[in-house]
Design a protein around this ligand. Sequence first.
Ligand SMILES: Cc1cc2nc3c(=O)[nH]c(=O)nc-3n(C[C@H](O)[C@H](O)[C@H](O)COP(=O)(O)O)c2cc1C
Length: 189
Amino acid sequence: MSDDVVTIAAFAGSLRKASYNRMLLRAAVELAAPGIKVVPFDIDDVPLFNDDLDSDENPLPSVKSLRDAIRCADALLIVSPEYNWSIPAVTKNVLDWASREDGVLEFKPTAIMGASTGGFGTVRMQIAIRTVAGFTDQWFLNDPQVHVARAREKFDAEGRLTDEATRKQVVELLVALAAFARRIKKVSV
Ligand SMILES: Cc1cc2nc3c(=O)[nH]c(=O)nc-3n(C[C@H](O)[C@H](O)[C@H](O)COP(=O)(O)O)c2cc1C
């Protein structure tokens, strides 16, 4: 962390091009307040977790790149859909790969947000994702929570987040995550 900029590594747990969660991540990049930088990392080429493919000496480029992105950042932002009331495989897969190298997820300040076309805005996915901290030791931000329900009504044809209340929530979540990361940094030095 430089003195004045908090870096937040971020990914969207949906691979489809017209994903609302990708749009929401894009909004986070644009809405980050001064002193906060949201840096998306790409997960399109990350294979399904397979321990046979994991090697300290010769890591897969896509896996190395996601681990480096999270390790080097001050915080992590997960932007994910909810599938069948829980965590999509795509999102969990990223956490599984990240968790197999020391120093990537432990004590990483982490926030979650998500968009769904249904009425609950990924609330069940967000609860499910918090349970992974039992093993990964991530520190999750509790509030504010960003649940983007009925996503079709909240983005325009260009994929821009147009709902003013949601835009404000995204700003507030990023500010809270940056403050959380700064507090953790202060007590750990
Ligand atoms: C396999 C599958 C399961 C889904 N399960 C849920 C669900 O449990 N709750 C929900 O609100 N929406 C669910 N949906 C609808 C998603 O909210 C919707 O497809 C959304 O657009 C996915 O996010 P994306 O646009 O970022 O890809 C599901 C969609 C799929 C494909």
